[in-house]
Design a protein around this ligand. Structure first.
Ligand SMILES: *[C@@H]1O[C@H](CO)[C@@H](O)[C@H](O)[C@H]1NC(C)=O
Ligand SMILES: *[C@@H]1O[C@H](CO)[C@@H](O)[C@H](O)[C@H]1NC(C)=O
Ligand SMILES: *[C@@H]1O[C@H](CO)[C@@H](O)[C@H](O)[C@H]1NC(C)=O
Ligand SMILES: *[C@@H]1O[C@H](CO)[C@@H](O)[C@H](O)[C@H]1NC(C)=O
Ligand SMILES: *[C@@H]1O[C@H](CO)[C@@H](O)[C@H](O)[C@H]1NC(C)=O
Length: 234
């Protein structure tokens, strides 16, 4: 109880810090415009996405910090948040039975196979949300290039293969959501190295085996997601 309260406080303070940074980055008292190399990376990224619903229509012009889903740090001008979540709520039942809904859901989905590797050039990202798109195949190791990443949500995509061991090197992670993909096999021991984790959700995959013992000692961790992960294990 004590430790989960503690974890929540940590989580909220983290979100607060990130939000604070972003809200202050809303260009009221300074004219931050984005860093050119990151603008180019975002344009490359846009070109690599399927955007049937024209969700990225704001991704033109000089100042990428004003583009939808892109947040920049006021201090450094770097892109620190990328939120490309599919805005349509996922309803699996309707997805298989309601053609209209399925068409809308799919049209809003930006992914189609691998995440374009231009994403790796946004190396200052702190928050990444790619939830509910159709990004897939194995998790790309270039995500490690974002060494400040605190929150990564790849849930409801079609990533497969194993949860990579190198994910344990992304030690800045505080929130990690891999819910509802097609990951298989054991949960790698390396995840125990993510000592900043406050929230981990691995549910709805095809994982097997035990939760690594030392993971249970991660005192900051909120167990909700892990619990459902364990349920799917047993
Ligand atoms: C921001 O740009 C506007 C015009 O584009 C200018 O009037 C204003 O002084 C600038 N603000 C700062 C803080 O540079
Ligand atoms: C990412 O976006 C989804 C909506 O698709 C939302 O439910 C989720 O809370 C977001 N993840 C994080 C870590 O904020
Ligand atoms: C990783 O980020 C650096 C900038 O910090 C960039 O020069 C490099 O190209 C990136 N790596 C990849 C694989 O994009
Ligand atoms: C992952 O999905 C891709 C595309 O469907 C497929 O080609 C590949 O064999 C899958 N890999 C594994 C390990 O299941
Ligand atoms: C955790 O990281 C340390 C070095 O930082 C490494 O020696 C160790 O093997 C890692 N543990 C796991 C389980 O990966």
């Amino acid at each position: 109880m004590g430790s989960s309260t503690h974890a929540l406080v940590l989580l909220f303070s983290l979100l607060f810090i990130v939000r604070h940074e972003l809200i202050c980055g809303s260009y009221t008292d300074s004219n931050i415009s984005c860093i050119e190399s990151e603008r180019e990376a975002l344009i490359k990224l846009r070109e690599g996405l399927k955007d049937g619903a024209n969700r990225l229509s704001s991704w033109f012009g000089k100042d990428c910090c004003t583009w939808k889903g892109v947040g920049c740090s006021r201090k450094t001008g770097h892109v620190v948040e990328l939120d490309l979540r599919n805005p349509i709520a996922l309803d699996r039942d309707r997805l298989s039975h309601d053609d209209n809904y399925a068409a809308i859901f799919r049209s809003q989905s930006l992914g189609e196979g691998p995440i374009p590797d231009s994403l790796a050039r946004l190396s200052s990202l702190i928050v990444l949300n790619l939830s509910r798109n159709s990004f897939g195949t194995s998790m790309p190791q270039f995500l490690l290039n974002m060494s400040n990443l605190a929150s990564m949500d790849l849930s409801y995509n079609i990533f497969n293969g194993s949860i990579p061991r190198w994910l344990g090197d992304q030690v800045s992670l505080s929130v990690l959501k891999l819910t509802s993909n097609d990951f298989q096999g054991p949960i790698p021991r390396e995840l125990c190295n993510l000592t900043q984790l406050t929230e981990l959700d691995l549910s709805y995959n095809r994982l097997e085996g035990e939760l690594p013992n030392s993971m249970k000692n991660l005192c900051n961790l909120r167990f909700k997601g892990v619990k459902s992960c364990m349920e799917s294990v047993h």
